[in-house]
Ligand binder design. Sequence first.
Ligand SMILES: [Zn+2]
Length: 432
Amino acid sequence: MFLSCVCEADGRLNTGHAGVLLAERRGSYPLIDLRILKTSAQQGEVETVTRRKVKRLLSFQRYCHASRLLRGLVPHTPRSLHLLDDDYLGQAAHMLSKVGTWNFDIFLFDRLTNGNSLVTLMCHLFNVYDLIHHFQLDMVKLNRFLGMVQEDYHSQNPYHNAVHAADVTQAMYCYLKEPKLAEHLSPLDVFLGLMAAAAHDVDHPGVNQPFLIKTRHHLASLYQNTSVLESHHWRSTVGMLRESGLLSHLPADMSRDIEQRLGSLILATDINRQNEFLMTFREHLDNQDLDLQLASHRHFILQIALKCADICNPCRVWELSRQWSERVCEEFYRQGDLEKKFDLEISPLCNQQSDSVPAIQIGFISYIVEPLFEEWHRFTEPSLLSQTMLDHLHKNKANWSSLRLFSTPLLCPPGCLLPQPFVHGSESGSTG
Ligand SMILES: [Zn+2]
């Protein structure tokens, strides 16, 4: 099945927009096509630039590779472990001691870990929860898996990169610690929550689903235009799990169950399903019928927690929140530029000339973020963290509203257009 898809995709992409995507690969535009389109000359070029890029495989290629690996057809070479640079070890370790605080600066942590924030954070949290011992995980396999996940994020993406994954994982950890939830969670719940957060956007191409559909991308046809990216993130994760052998010592039905539940969590991050989850969540809260003794209810709350973690940027302290907003808009604008360049209709929010950062953020906060976090606040109440997040959300929204009054659609560099009240407004608190 997967091999035929490669051929079909290969043929399709050799026409029309294929050349577009191929040409844009090195400009940090959609990346995923080059891996099946590259010529032998380009192959050599890629290998000389970095071996990491060669390691990037499409989800179905990973499947093929993993199945060959499991049959012993491919030599298994352990990857290097990600170690902290000595100079920064102390500072990074100090930050990790405060990893559960809401004002955790993931950008700084990523710099201190030399770009290994996701691997370092995950290893730390697995130790915090004693998951390595509980699931009898092999450390080499764990490092291999986490290294693959981190590398398969596209560092060229302004937003959907490994730092975003680390940020979502850190937020997820904060939510898992919520008293309302923490006492009910099993080690498996925690394992799944952290794994799903770390891998939820893996191999994101930096463009959205409508773009993949209108360019008739092979992933869109593979996943029948539904939850295309999320399905790809999940299937890629499963491929990496199998390739690393991380769960190979577990009973087959247990590892299958883990793969399925990871899929259910990652697919919940599809923003097109936002209302479906919000309505169900609201209904449960109205009826007060959530029973966290039930595995199915805990799984639902993990889905909601992951959705919250994924869109929590506007609930962060202003200085961090603003950086995320500019990054996501930059990614939108790059897609818009690409669409314009090749005479495609520019997608909503992707037109740098007419869609300003403040306008995009105000819409996102009002229609997506606020409704979800208000319900999350109801669920976790009384929660200092939830109150803090809502406080930041309201302040950040007010900041964007003020900026909108005199903003241009162009991105403002860090520190610009920030009247004093906004700076002061951003300094409030952190939580435990
Ligand atoms: Zn995400």
